[in-house]
Design a protein around this ligand. Structure first.
Ligand SMILES: Nc1ncnc2c1ncn2[C@@H]1O[C@H](COP(=O)(O)OP(=O)(O)OP(=O)(O)O)[C@@H](O)[C@H]1O
Length: 264
């Protein structure tokens, strides 16, 4: 299988937004999971999306990543309309992403998982997978990617032997090895211990500042600590967007997170 090849970039000038969601919505039967969300990401910007359980964060992530198609609104990636475009083509345009449900091949080595991701990353890629010489170009890229997330010493270990936190690091390495031009992280801290969270936080902080990152995260302190701008959602709708400090001080956000929104 061929390594991921970029298609020609769409219309994009210096400073043009890398990602634009315009009034996107998603209805599942009677549930309006996402309701008219608009979002514009500038080059190099780090945006957090927070909200309580069921707010619609993961559904929004899926609309941006291409896992789900919206029932309303549009999505543009690097100036191209990708509203009805699937995940593989978004990946070729430069979108890298992690998965909330782990997408790892648990019986393979850490290094081989990253090699598979470098070659296209789908379970289908595994059918054609053959162990490769350790010095080939894909292996070199995979090792560099593991190095960037602090996992190179685990390269030859089996994924099943990694801790939960290390598996999250590996998922990020698998996204980075595709050399994305935008990175979408879906609740990377879910289920991690406090120590694992701080490792993950450092890892994300140390990613190149030129890489735009959209971080969907239930953990408000993590999202606010890592991003330039934060959007809070509730019941599929936009509540507020602002700097981390503005969102932290927002009375509605405080009420939502303290679980007393309806009592106000
Ligand atoms: N495939 C689906 N079919 C039906 N309803 C869905 C589907 N996916 C999500 N929903 C519903 O949409 C709403 C938003 O869910 P979503 O998972 O996007 O929220 P979330 O903010 O990511 O929550 P969490 O933090 O718990 O993951 C919920 O009411 C959920 O039950």
């Amino acid at each position: 299988m061929a390594a991921a090849v970029r298609t020609a970039p769409g219309p994009r000038g210096p400073g043009a937004p890398v990602l634009v969601a315009d009034a996107v919505g998603k209805r599942f039967g009677g549930v309006q999971a996402v309701d008219g969300i608009s979002l514009t990401m500038a080059p190099g910007e780090r945006i957090g999306v927070i909200g309580p359980n069921g707010a619609g964060k993961t559904t929004l992530f899926k609309l941006l990543a291409g896992d789900e198609l919206p029932t309303a609104g549009t999505v543009e990636l690097f100036g191209q309309d990708v509203t009805r475009v699937g995940t593989a083509r978004r990946a070729r345009l430069g979108l890298g992403r992690t998965f909330q449900v782990s997408n790892l091949f648990r019986d393979m080595t850490v290094l081989d998982n990253v090699r598979v991701a470098a070659r296209g990353g789908t379970p289908r890629a595994r059918v054609f997978w053959r162990p490769q010489r350790p010095k080939d170009e894909i292996s070199q890229r995979a090792l560099a990617s593991l190095e960037s997330v602090g996992l190179s010493r685990r390269a030859q270990d089996t994924v099943a032997d990694l801790s939960h936190g290390e598996q999250r690091q590996l998922e990020i390495a698998m996204a980075l090895v595709t050399e994305p031009e935008i990175l979408l992280l879906d609740e990377p801290a879910a289920g991690l211990s406090a120590v694992e969270r701080s490792t993950l936080r450092r890892l994300i902080e140390e990613l190149p500042r030129t890489l735009p990152i959209l971080l969907i995260e239930h953990d408000m302190s993590l999202a606010l600590g890592l991003t330039d701008r934060v959007m809070c959602m509730e019941n599929g709708r936009h509540v507020v967007t602002g700097t981390p400090q503005e969102v932290r001080d927002n009375e509605t956000v405080k009420a939502i997170y303290l679980g007393r929104r309806d009592k106000k």
